[in-house]
Design a protein around this ligand. Structure first.
Ligand code: PLP
Length: 394
């Protein structure tokens, strides 16, 4: 017997991927430049030149050693490089033993959720949220508990989160800078959350993990992104080089188990056990070596900053409302009708591919990924105007 849940997941690709696939097909039909594809978060900035040079150099090394398995959590030198980076950037004395290298943030999250949640547990997710969280939470046998963020700031609604915590709450996922909204949670907001989690841990005698999903940490436009392990000790950081070094197809990231939590050793074992159980061991040996050399390279956010300006100014001029993004490369735009699915469908008729907010557990908005060519944004303005006009004809 096949697993019904897996058939369901496999036969219903997520909203973003479906739109992305439609975009590929549509571009082949009418031409690349006629489709304004704001669907997916594939970085438009190339990976740094140093990454390319490092790979070329590695190709001259002994292929047997180069392509061999590494230890399951990754090479010690690579985990040490991550620990050193954390120490340098955030002043936290990280130990390589608490670092687990992963196949991107996706694997990091799936591992963390399997490690901390038992069947029947609950995991709190502030909405709107990255679509795949629900899949990974349910894979762990747990239930998603959605708690809307404050509108219009899209900061965490700590009071509502505290009210949603039960003795079954195993974790909360916090994604800042946020996909899909672009919000960065302020220090004050995170401190209030930490206090609420600690209060509930004390009240219920449970352990509540904060899973900090941080693939966009380095993609910001000026605001501080507080380091959550310094605010809440029971934190698991899920990091990725997909966006910050433009390496999404190489599948490279890590989990850092904060050494400030009281049960760090046991939690690290659980992470290693979950990685083993899910088959996420020994991520790319080649890219572990790239990480050793390239972990400190800065992210090139300039192109995204320019895109953000062009898109927001263009939309404002037409009359659209949106949430000013503080980080990442997504814009959360108010749909011109309550039904975001209908709005996204109407946008499609103007060759504008935007993701409806329902796919992110939100209502009445669409997400536009502006990690695309600058000309595409500029050339999409007449279509955005036509879309607007189609709602304002009388
Ligand atoms: N978390 C968020 C918020 C994301 O936006 C993404 C990818 O878009 C992921 C996790 C997964 O990223 P990765 O490519 O590192 O697996």
């Amino acid at each position: 017997m096949l697993n019904e849940r897996m058939i369901g997941l496999g036969s219903a690709p997520n909203a973003i991927r479906s739109l992305f696939a439609y975009g590929i097909k549509r571009k082949a039909e009418i031409g690349e430049d006629k489709v304004f594809d704001y669907s997916i978060g594939n970085p438009s900035v190339p990976a740094p030149q140093q990454v390319t040079e490092c790979i070329k150099r590695l190709m001259d090394e002994d292929p047997v050693a180069l392509h061999s398995y590494t230890p399951s959590p990754g090479m010690l030198e690579a985990r040490q490089a991550v620990a050193n980076h954390i120490q340098r950037e955030f002043g936290v004395a990280a130990d390589p033993a608490q670092v687990y290298l992963t196949h991107g943030a996706a694997a990091a999250l799936a591992i963390c959720l399997s490690a901390v949640a038992c069947p029947g547990d609950e995991v709190i997710v502030p909405t709107p949220y990255f679509t795949e969280y629900k899949t990974w939470i349910e894979q762990a046998g747990a239930h998603i508990v959605e708690v809307p963020c404050q509108v219009p700031s899209f900061q965490l609604d700590v009071e509502a989160i505290e009210a949603a915590i039960t003795p079954k709450t195993a974790a909360i996922i916090v994604d800042s800078p946020n996909n899909p909204v672009g919000a960065i949670y302020s220090r004050e907001n995170l401190e209030a959350l930490a206090a609420a989690l600690s209060r509930k841990e004390a009240e219920f005698g449970t352990k509540i993990y904060l899973i900090a999903d941080e693939p966009y940490r380095a993609i910001t436009y000026g605001d501080e992104v507080p380091y959550i392990p310094c605010i809440y000790p029971r934190t698991l950081v899920c990091y990725s080089f997909s966006k910050t070094l433009s390496l999404p197809g190489e599948r490279l990231g890590y989990i850092y188990v904060s050494n400030l939590m009281d049960n760090v050793e046991e939690t690290t074992f659980a992470i290693q056990g979950a990685g083993r159980s899910l088959g996420y061991i020994c991520c790319s040996a080649l890219f572990q070596r790239v990480l050793i050399e390239c972990i400190d390279l800065p992210s090139d956010v300039e192109a995204y900053r320019v895109n953000r300006e062009i898109l927001t100014q263009g939309l404002s001029k037409i009359g659209y409302e949106y949430v000013e993004p503080q980080g990442a490369f997504y814009l959360w735009v108010k749909a011109l009708e309550d039904d975001d699915l209908a709005f996204a469908q109407r946008a499609k008729e103007h060759e504008l591919l935007v993701c409806p907010s329902s796919g992110f557990g939100g209502k009445g908005y669409v997400r536009m990924s502006y990690c695309i060519a600058r000309e595409t944004i500029e050339n999409s303005m007449p279509a955005l105007q036509e879309l607007w006009d189609s709602y304002h004809q009388d």
